[in-house]
Design a protein around this ligand. Structure first.
Ligand SMILES: Cc1ncc(COP(=O)(O)O)c(C=O)c1O
Length: 404
């Protein structure tokens, strides 16, 4: 399961020994033609599945026209996608970049510029906002920081879903609270239903900005266009990436009018950000992300969670999530990474996150038959682990008898 020793690639990834060479809807195919059900979507990226005809055609057409011009010139595709994002969020202006970490870096800069000297941003323990120095410093996970000190100053970290801790940590230098509506990388942690509403009230009372990191939860993943909409609040800044262009690199920051007013020409920029090829994919995604599909995501997600719960699987201690962002927490007798590898062996692609949690991020194009296939495989794999455990116990008992 290790990367080849003779690889020319940096060993920062623990890659699994499978290469997918083709994708079609909810399925992936490896070089040997083996078919896999994709319940990971490239970590919440290929939300409309692989080779979606509408997105693929849009990209093909654009590739034949023009690839890149730079942000020195007008790019009307950016206007079109920005219009969709501002319509949906009721916010005012959009900046395009290439990834989630870049979107959060930009959000941090915009908040500080707005703060006119105030610089501290409160973030949550266990949160994940990216790997570049600003976003990394915002991501309160010691394991990510180790080896990379000193961090960027200006971040205070408090327990997630703890309102008192937020109140206690505000001081005269605080400019913003930056939060994930559901902590994705920390094990699909869903906060109390009123958490974001309370954060909004704290921000209003203290003149702070509320930055919502929707990089993983945004663009339909939870069954709403943005996950914060479940709480019926209005953020000041939203950051997006992952599913925004179904696999082409794109990130975005949506800002309120007052934040946008603080940004002047030259304050921030990106060579590739808002590239026409990525933008045409984002436009196609936005055309597919209708009320009907959002409703379908909610229904499929609810069905997936309740059907996993109904299996009453031994070894599963919790099933949680929202829409098609689901975590299955396993008990300590199984290592979730081994479990995920066994699912892969059995033709189902999933991920892991946080505390021994299997992470499911299926594409929005899945159907009941594909959910049935997933549940069947899940059951089979749980059974395999259970049988292995029974065998181990039996062999220990035999050992005891022999000893006697
Ligand atoms: C909530 C959140 N923010 C930011 C990021 C970083 O995004 P990227 O890997 O595109 O830089 C991620 C990636 O997993 C994420 O889940």
């Amino acid at each position: 399961m290790e990367q080849h020793n003779n690889s020319s690639l940096l060993k920062n990834y623990n890659r699994l020994p499978v290469e997918f060479v083709k994708g079609e809807g909810s399925f992936l195919f490896d070089a040997n033609g083996k078919k896999y059900l994709d319940f990971l979507s490239g970590i919440a990226v290929t939300s409309f599945g692989h080779a979606h005809p509408h997105i693929t055609k849009a990209v093909h057409d654009q590739v034949d026209k023009i690839w890149h011009t730079s942000n020195l010139f007008e790019i009307s595709l950016q206007e079109k996608v920005a219009q969709k994002l501002t319509d949906q969020s009721k916010l005012s202006k959009v900046f395009f970049c290439n990834s989630g970490t870049e979107a959060n870096e930009a959000a941090i800069k915009f908040a500080r510029k707005f703060g006119k000297g105030k610089s501290t941003i409160i973030t949550a323990l266990g949160g994940f906002h990216g790997r570049t120095m600003g976003s990394l410093s915002a991501s309160a996970q010691y394991k990510l920081w180790q080896g990379f000190f000193p961090l960027t100053p200006g971040f205070t970290h408090v327990p997630y879903n703890d309102i008192d801790a937020i109140n206690d940590s505000i001081n005269e230098d605080t400019v913003a609270i930056m939060i994930e509506p559901i902590q994705g990388e920390n094990g699909v942690i869903v906060p109390s239903a009123d958490y974001l509403k309370k954060l909004r009230a704290i921000c209003d009372a203290n003149n702070l900005l509320l930055i919502v990191d929707e990089v993983q939860t945004g663009l339909g993943r939870t069954g709403k266009y943005f996950a914060y909409q479940w709480a019926e609040i209005q953020p000041d800044i939203i950051t997006l990436a992952k599913g925004i262009a179904n696999g082409l690199p794109l990130g975005a920051v949506i800002c309120s009018e007052k934040v946008a007013d603080a940004i002047q020409p030259g304050d921030h920029g990106s060579t590739f950000g808002g590239n026409p090829v990525a933008l045409v994919a984002a436009l196609a995604v936005s055309e597919l992300l209708t009320e009907d599909i959002l409703e379908k995501i909610q229904k499929l997600g609810d069905a997936l969670i309740s059907r996993i719960k109904n299996l009453q699987l031994e070894k599963v201690i919790d099933v949680r999530g929202c829409g098609l962002m689901v975590g299955i927490e396993l008990d300590a007798s199984i290592n979730v990474k081994d479990f995920m590898k066994e699912l892969l062996e059995n033709g189902v692609v999933t991920g892991t996150s946080g505390n021994n949690t299997l992470r499911l991020l299926p594409p929005f194009v899945i159907n009941q038959k594909e959910i049935d296939l997933f549940l069947l495989t899940l059951n089979k794999v749980v059974d395999k682990f259970r049988q292995a455990e029974v065998k181990q116990l039996q062999s220990r008992q035999v050992g005891t008898i022999i000893l006697k």
